[in-house]
Design a protein around this ligand. Structure first.
Ligand code: SF4
Length: 881
């Protein structure tokens, strides 16, 4: 029997054994008894339960039961009554309990101080122990001692020979367990894996940041894989070790999938056959199948349902008719988005829903009504299964291998939840859903897959493993040696005197040095890399790798990065440029001045938005969106100036009169918008918005008072124009006539803007230049009125100084009169490009432009060769005008 430190090593040793059998010509052989220590303890426990004669044998608590007991104890305690979040504290107390048992920390030791946290933990632990004694339970932390005792008493038979592999160190509890085997004459052999002779070369490489580092490691892994295949090595062992695996897991998943399986999204069953495997699984709650289930369980019949849940359920493939009604459900999602409500009622969702989805909702409503009030978890478990079933979960199409395994894990979780009756008693529906959700979040899950040649692992999992090639990522001085993180509930002095993990810098240095040796000995060829920056912090290589020679990135001789198409189809592909659409034969175009803005930002954006009518999806937000807020400011200022009419009235009204005008107009605009936005129906929310707007507008009017005299002659007036062969409507927010009869054109903005946005061949904000080139009366000024709390100002161009506060007239080529002909040329060129069908996917500033465009799914920019800077969320502020 071989007992390993982790599942991965057990699997690898089994595979190695199978390989040897095959190489020796065997077709059948006895499966080796290789298993991780947790599985061995569990097997020993089960074997004891089957043979014991005890009338009332002890019960081993499941993870969910332990969690529920700790939460109950912490919540009921005096210390717990002050906590904002009981669940994380209960989790931390449970880990302290595990440490106490693994490291044999005596509760009566003198070192237990009177610190509040330690005292609180000691109280909780005593209660936990009392409860276990009373109910005849034991926790998983006590299992090694329990098994050791049963081996000693002969109730569990000891095997004749045990090999132990992959342990970086043993806890005292594990030592005792092994000693109990030795006492029964078992030969216990500790397999040491340190093999200095294995390493032939190691180099260190610096990268700009972690993303570049991971991307290079992915390319290196693919190259090694291909080279080994060319050499006829059919089962290469390529390792990538990442100490901060949980932090970088999603980036690793994305970048390795792009490198190894660029077309992976087109083969849904790829998961079980991938060339790489990440040792760290996801929380069960993060799998789409489980997310759908949890969202169904969160729905309620009488209250509001978050839009985020509704949209995901409508597009989930795991509900009734999801396959046959995909398009109808997507259309219904669009309809619901147009309500722009962050929360919807069941009747909102049901109205006009596709028939399959609608009848599933009706079935769910009946099922949901059957169970209410406080019930035992076993009752809720049955009710939840029924509710999911009524919604057609897990869907009409057959589940693939990973989904099938995920479904089994969910069933297991529900059964574990059902076994909580004796621990929690009766609980409400919301408490039951929340317990189930927390249990799903706490359970790490990884579907079984075919053995993969590329293994991506944490540093502790490498113990005992051998690779042909190994890359160690992220070895900077902030991570290696690791920082000390003593347990907050155990006295620090005690942790240090017993040499607990993470308790002191000296211990971390010693342990990390040992791991470093083991990592470097795990392969004959090792690359150690580190990022030189993280955010604004400069990083240096870990001092533990100081002896390894540093080489430039070019020294790795990695092949050039391939584009998406090349990765997908190989290097020899024919490139066909397809950036010219048919000529535009219309005259009138939807979109108004936006046509010019889109064409300048990205020709494909103009083609798709104006000619194909493509749009970004509406996403309801809580309260008001930035667009709503921007429109409110426009509406209020328009209404206020309609009332005032001129600079003279502004300065002659007394402050009380002015305040009253602003108050009334803000109130009227909020009332009008409140007819469309439910958020504004809340009196408290409306009052906050009223106060904010009144202050903003009052401050703005103070700035307007400093101007030379003017009359407002136009507000939001629309004008039909023809320019560059395109008919469209142009609108200026406001036009003021000065005493000398010249005009100032004003464009309100509620975020930062600058007149630089009118410059160049691809202007960001061509609206005012368009106005200037299409008006019969040449303006004496074109300006942004930036109405923003604390930053309000005019920004723009005027023909002479002093017309507007803070604006000096430019001279020479930069003078307004000289800019207008240049603007005309640029805008005519943009119009001609649009008409001639120029539609290249060519964003002006790839990351910024695409962020606010919303058409990434249509133009597939992410599949181009543009450098990747990560998928940041759209810049909401930029959307408010
Ligand atoms: S997402 Fe970017 S590349 Fe695609 S259409 Fe929009 S701006 Fe152009």
């Amino acid at each position: 029997m071989i007992i390993t430190a982790n599942t991965r090593l057990a699997r690898m040793l089994k595979q190695a054994h199978d390989k040897v059998q095959i190489e020796n010509g065997h077709t059948v052989w006895t499966a080796p008894d290789i298993l991780p220590i947790a599985a061995w303890l569990d097997r020993s426990w089960r074997s004891w339960i089957y043979v014991t004669n005890a009338a009332n044998p002890v019960q081993l608590l499941s993870t969910s039961q332990e969690r529920a007991i700790w939460e109950g104890i912490v919540a009921r305690s005096d210390a717990g009554s002050e906590l904002l979040q009981v669940a994380p504290t209960a989790d931390a107390a449970a880990s302290a309990w595990n440490l106490v048992h693994a490291w044999k920390i005596p509760f009566d030791a003198r070192d237990w101080d009177n610190a509040r946290d330690s005292e609180a933990f000691r109280g909780w632990a005593e209660e936990f122990q009392k409860l276990c004694d009373k109910r005849n339970w034991i926790s998983a932390a006590c299992l090694p001692d329990f098994i050791a005792a049963k081996i000693a008493s002969g109730e569990i038979s000891a095997p004749p020979h045990v090999q132990v592999a992959g342990f970086a160190e043993f806890t005292p509890a594990q030592e005792r367990l092994l000693e109990s085997l030795r006492q029964k004459d078992t030969v216990v052999e500790i397999l040491l894996t340190l093999d200095r002779a294995g390493r032939q070369s190691a180099v260190r490489v610096k990268f700009d940041d972690s993303l570049h580092e991971i991307r290079a490691a992915a390319r290196w892994a693919r190259t090694q894989f291909e080279l080994d295949a060319q050499r006829g090595q059919d089962e290469p062992a390529i390792g990538v070790v990442v100490p901060e695996l949980s932090k970088y897991r999603s980036a690793i998943e994305r970048l390795f999938a792009e490198e190894f399986h660029p077309g992976g999204r087109m083969s849904p069953d790829l998961d079980s056959r991938r060339a790489f495997n990440i040792s760290l699984g996801l929380a069960l709650s993060e799998y789409p199948l489980i997310q759908s289930a949890l969202r169904v369980l969160r729905m309620n019949r009488t209250g509001n349902i978050p839009f985020d849940d509704v949209t995901i359920l409508l597009r989930s493939p795991f509900l009734a008719k999801a396959h046959t009604e995909t398009a109808a459900c997507a259309a219904h999602d669009l309809r619901l988005r147009s309500l722009i409500e962050p929360e919807l009622t069941l009747s909102d969702i049901s109205a006009n829903a596709p028939p399959g989805f609608k009848s599933a909702l009706a079935r769910w409503e009946l099922e949901h009504a059957k169970t209410s009030g406080r019930k035992f978890p076993s009752v809720w478990s049955t009710a939840f299964a029924g509710e999911l079933n009524s919604m057609g979960w897990p869907g009409e199409r057959p589940l693939n291998s990973s989904e099938y395994q995920t479904n089994l894990a969910w069933n297991d979780l529900l059964s574990e939840f059902a076994a909580l009756d004796s621990v929690t008693g009766e609980v409400s529906r919301s408490a039951a859903v929340s317990m189930l959700r927390r249990a799903a979040s706490a359970r790490e899950f990884q579907p079984e897959s075919e053995p993969a040649p590329v293994q991506i692992l944490g540093e502790l999992e490498v113990s005992g493993m051998r690779f042909d090639h190994l890359w160690i990522i992220g070895m900077h001085d902030g991570v290696w040696p690791r920082a000390t993180t003593p347990n907050p509930f155990l006295p620090l002095r005690l942790q240090r005197s017993l040499n607990l993990p993470h308790s002191s810098a000296a211990r971390e240095l010693e342990f990390t040095s040992l791991l470093t040796e083991r990592l470097l000995a795990s392969a004959s060829e090792v690359i150690v890399s580190y990022p030189s920056k993280e955010s604004d912090t400069d990083l240096r290589p870990s001092p533990l790798f100081a002896n390894i020679p540093e080489v430039p990135q070019g020294g790795l001789e990695l092949p050039k990065a391939l584009g998406f198409a090349q990765k997908l189809h190989g290097k020899d592909i024919e490139v066909i440029s397809d950036s010219i659409a048919p000529e535009w034969n219309g005259s009138r175009a939807i979109g108004g001045t936006s046509i010019f803005k889109y064409q300048a930002a990205c020709p494909f954006q103009a083609f798709a938005k104006v000619r194909l009518g493509a749009e970004d999806l509406e996403t309801p937000t809580s309260g008001l969106s930035p667009l709503d807020r921007g429109n409110l400011v426009h509406d209020v200022l328009s209404a206020v100036w309609k009332e005032l009419g001129s600079h003279e009235t502004l300065i002659t009204e007394n402050s009380a009169q002015l305040r009253a005008v602003v108050h009334d107009e803000v109130e009227a605009c909020i009332r009008k918008l409140g007819l469309k936005r439910r958020a504004l129906l809340s009196p408290r929310f409306a009052a906050i918005e009223q106060g904010r707007l009144e202050k903003l507008v009052a401050d703005w009017l103070e700035l307007e008072k400093q101007r030379q005299p003017f009359k407002v002659i136009s507000l939001e007036e629309q004008r039909a124009v023809t320019f560059g062969g395109i008919d469209f409507t142009i609108r200026a927010d406001r036009i003021d006539r000065m005493d000398d009869d010249t005009h100032i054109v004003v464009d309100y903005k509620t975020s930062k803007h600058s007149p630089k946005e009118w410059d160049g061949d691809r202007p960001d904000e061509p609206q005012l230049p368009l106005y200037a080139v299409t008006t019969d009366v040449p303006p004496a000024g074109v300006v942004f009125a930036i109405v923003k709390a604390g930053e309000s100002k005019f920004a723009g161009l005027t023909g002479s100084d002093g017309i507007l506060p803070g604006i000096k007239a430019a001279s020479g080529v930069e003078a307004l009169s000289n800019r207008v002909p240049r603007w005309r040329m640029v805008l005519e060129k943009l119009a001609a490009d649009f008409r001639s069908g120029k539609a290249a996917v060519d964003p002006k500033q790839p990351h910024q432009t695409c962020r606010i465009c919303g058409l990434q799914g249509l133009c597939r920019i992410s599949e181009s060769n543009l450098p990747d800077e990560g998928a940041d969320s759209p810049d909401s502020e930029a959307a408010d005008d």
